[in-house]
Structures are given as structure tokens and as C-alpha cells.
Design a protein around this ligand. Structure first.
Ligand code: EPS
Length: 396
């Protein structure tokens, strides 16, 4: 079983993460995680913090000479911004002033409910951990999961579909392969493969920034075709669609998740939603000319690519702040302004990929298991041979 946890405050010394259950024999070094971490820092609309952070990771455990050894893997990512916050965020006790306090909650952030829940007047004690800085570690751990999936021929990519109400023209965007998708995504400052939409999104972000406002949007995560039968319908909490939805909703500011046609499917007739089976060559799986199901039927993968979309609300720190109240005095006051981003949807798309990688790695390890990568691969191959028994004309 693969499980993982993260820890760390946004302006504290470092983020740390641990992932357990990765088999031995997986090539792994910090450079392999660097590309995803660099992408997460990008995207038009990010704030000044991204120029401070390098987001370089180091493995502390579980890896020896660039290869996993089967023990828990620990990753550390230092916050360079800590040097500007050393007094406020010191771990050791300090005497004197309490440091910069946050007393006015931002509507939409964890500040208010978190302050009451944990009995904290200084809302910094809430916002530091609620911050989306934490997603840097998810991307690092997701990078480990990505390397694991790559060993099995599974790839995961994403793109931005919509920002601030400006969307791509083609609602059912098709792409020949992931290399091409990645290169068109990377040539857009907002990770949107349509040039025109991309420029309109940038303009929308520019306007929102000028007005001291923020923008949300929608991104889509896709995979290459997955093996049949990851996840199961046999118990509610093991359905892969449910697990993916939970993972996506757990990303800061994500408020909606769709799989395949999603909400659009709820508006159509069944005949325009479900994906017909067509006969194929003997010994091969039946053909599915459409993928409205987004690769999942009955909470299991069905052999098609996975398609998951997520909707992000606009970031709740507004430079033109909403009304709020000082929680000590009860007096009206504009919400606290913390340095922040105008739009982080492109960054969220990279985090979405990481979460899909982690959930798929868990599902793969549950189905095939294996203490070493070799054992995992042989279990998967054996299972593939079993699958083919059900195809007519197959003599395996
Ligand atoms: C964030 C606020 C900003 C973002 C931060 C998330 O941080 P700061 O207040 O230090 O400028 O830049 O995101 C990251 C640091 C990151 O690495 O993604 C928030 O409040 O969620």
C-alpha cells in the first residue's frame, strides 16, 4: 500500500513529505522531480514569492545511489523565504513582541474557522499551514509516483481549460500524443494549448490584477490508457472515481470535480453519454470510439484514458479587500492583505497531475503489489494475460 503525508508551514524553514510503499529498484533522483516543481512555480498571474523560491528538493531517506530501496522515502524542500520570516516563524521560543500577527480574517480563506477551531487569535497560525505553499510538497511526492507509473507505461498530463470565464473553444479537445500536448501547454503562459484562448486568459488576469481582484478557472488532467480494473465497485470507499474526487477536492481552492463528461452528461440523453463497444480484431479488446465516461465505469478503470477536470475558485487574498472584522475588537476592517497571486490555475493544474499520479500509484500497487519494481511488473504482465482470456478468439 502506498501512503503519503506532508508537513510544513508556508514561511517556516521547510516543507517535508513522506511516501511509503514505493517498491525497491525504482530509479529516483531529485532532478526527476525538478521539472514538475519548476512548472508549478510558473503561470501568468503568480505573485512575487515565486521569484524567491527555487523549490529544490533533497531526499533524506529511502533512496540510495539514485535508486529506491523499498523503505519510506522522505523529501525536504526548504523555503527560501524563511530568511525574511526567521523571527516571526522561529520554531524555538522567543521573548518580547509576538511577531507580526494577523487579526482580520480573509473571506474565503481558512483564517476564520481555523482560528476558532484551534483557539488562535493570531490567524497566522492558521494561514501558514492552510496556504497552498504545501502543494509544492505534493508535487514532489507526486513526482515519485509519476516515476513509479512510468515504469508501467502510464503517463499523466494536464492543461488549463478556462480562466475567469474565458474558455478554450474546443470543448472536446483532442491531441495526438502527450509530447505534443506538453509542448503546446508549455508554450502558453497559462498552460492552455489554444493560442487565442490563452491570450484572452492573460488579458483577463491582467485586468483582474489592475482591479486588485483574483481569478479562478478550470483545468483538465488526462492519462494514457490505463489497465482495466484499477479501483473497485465492491465497496463505496474503494471506488476510484470517489478517491480521485477526494484527492482533487483536497487541493486548496478546488471547489468542483468532473470525470469525463461530468456535469454535461447530466444534461444529455443516455444514448449521447455512454460509450458503445464495437468489435475489434480477434484477441484484442473491443473498441470504444468515445470516452464520455472519462476512463471510469463502476468506480474502476475501463482501459480508456482517464479524464478529470477540476474547478478552482479565485484566490481569497484580494489587494482590494472585502469587508471583514478584527477578531479581537469586533470592529469593521478590510480583510488582511497577504502578498499573494492573482491567478494560480496553471500551478493548480500541475498539482492536479501530482494528485492523480499519487492516487493512481496507490490503485496500481493495490491491484498488482510487489516489493520490487521487477515483481510489480511481472504481476501486471500476468494480470494482462488473464484479461485477454476474455477476448473472443484468443488462445492464450
Ligand atoms: C499563498 C500565498 C502566496 C503564494 C503561496 C500560496 O505566498 P506568499 O504569501 O508567501 O506570497 O505565493 O504559494 C506558494 C508559496 C507556492 O509555493 O505555491 C497562499 O496563501 O495560499
Amino acid at each position: 500500500m502506498i501512503r503519503f503525508l506532508t508537513a510544513g508551514e508556508s514561511h517556516g524553514p521547510a516543507l517535508v513529505g513522506m511516501i511509503e510503499g514505493i517498491p525497491s529498484g525504482l530509479p529516483l533522483d531529485a532532478k526527476m522531480l525538478g521539472e514538475d516543481l519548476a512548472r508549478r512555480k510558473m503561470g501568468y498571474g503568480r505573485g512575487g514569492r515565486m521569484r524567491i523560491e527555487t523549490d529544490e528538493v533533497r531526499f533524506l531517506t529511502g533512496v540510495r545511489r539514485g535508486v529506491t530501496i523499498g523503505s519510506p522515502i522522505t523529501v525536504i524542500l526548504e523555503n527560501r523565504d524563511f530568511s525574511h520570516w526567521e523571527d516571526d516563524m522561529a520554531v524555538e521560543p522567543r521573548s518580547g513582541e509576538p511577531g507580526r500577527q494577523v487579526l482580520i480574517p480573509r473571506p474565503g480563506h481558512a483564517d476564520y474557522a481555523g482560528g476558532i477551531k484551534y483557539g488562535q487569535h493570531d490567524l497566522r497560525n492558521i494561514l501558514e499551514r492552510a496556504s497552498a505553499r504545501e502543494t509544492a510538497m505534493r508535487v514532489a511526492l507526486g513526482g515519485v509516483a509519476r516515476q513509479y507509473l512510468r515504469q508501467l507505461g502510464i503517463d499523466v498530463a494536464s492543461f488549463v481549460v478556462e480562466i475567469g470565464g474565458v474558455s478554450m473553444k474546443s470543448s472536446d479537445f483532442e491531441t495526438p500524443d502527450f509530447t505534443e500536448l506538453r509542448s503546446s501547454v508549455m508554450s502558453s503562459e497559462v498552460f492552455c494549448p489554444e493560442v487565442e484562448a490563452s491570450l484572452a486568459m492573460i488579458e483577463a488576469i491582467r485586468t483582474a490584477k489592475r482591479e486588485g481582484d483574483t481569478l479562478g478557472g478550470v483545468f483538465e488532467v488526462r492519462t494514457t490508457p490505463l489497465p482495466v480494473g484499477l479501483g473497485t465497485y465492491t465497496q463505496w470507499d474503494r471506488r476510484l472515481d470517489g478517491l480521485l474526487a477526494q484527492a482533487m477536492m483536497s487541493i486548496q481552492a478546488i471547489k468542483a470535480v468532473e470525470i469525463g463528461l461530468g456535469m454535461e452528461g447530466a444534461r444529455r440523453h443516455g444514448s449521447k453519454v455512454h460509450d458503445a463497444f464495437l468489435p475489434s480484431t480477434p484477441g484484442s479488446p473491443p473498441l470504444r470510439p468515445t470516452n464520455g465516461a472519462g476512463g471510469l465505469e463502476g468506480g474502476m478503470t475501463n482501459g480508456q484514458p482517464l479524464i478529470v477536470r477540476a474547478g478552482m475558485k479565485p484566490i481569497s487574498t484580494l489587494y482590494n479587500p472585502l469587508p471583514s472584522v478584527n477578531i479581537l475588537t469586533g470592529e469593521a476592517a478590510p480583510a488582511t492583505i497577504e502578498r499573494s497571486d492573482t491567478c494560480a490555475v496553471p500551478a493548480a493544474s500541475v498539482v492536479g497531475e501530482a494528485m492523480v499520479c499519487l492516487i493512481l500509484a496507490q490503485a496500481v500497487s493495490e491491484k498488482y503489489s510487489g516489493d520490487s519494481i521487477g515483481e510489480l511488473k511481472s504481476h501486471m504482465e500476468a494480470s494482462g494475460r488473464l484479461d485477454r482470456l476474455y477476448y473472443p478468439g484468443n488462445t492464450v
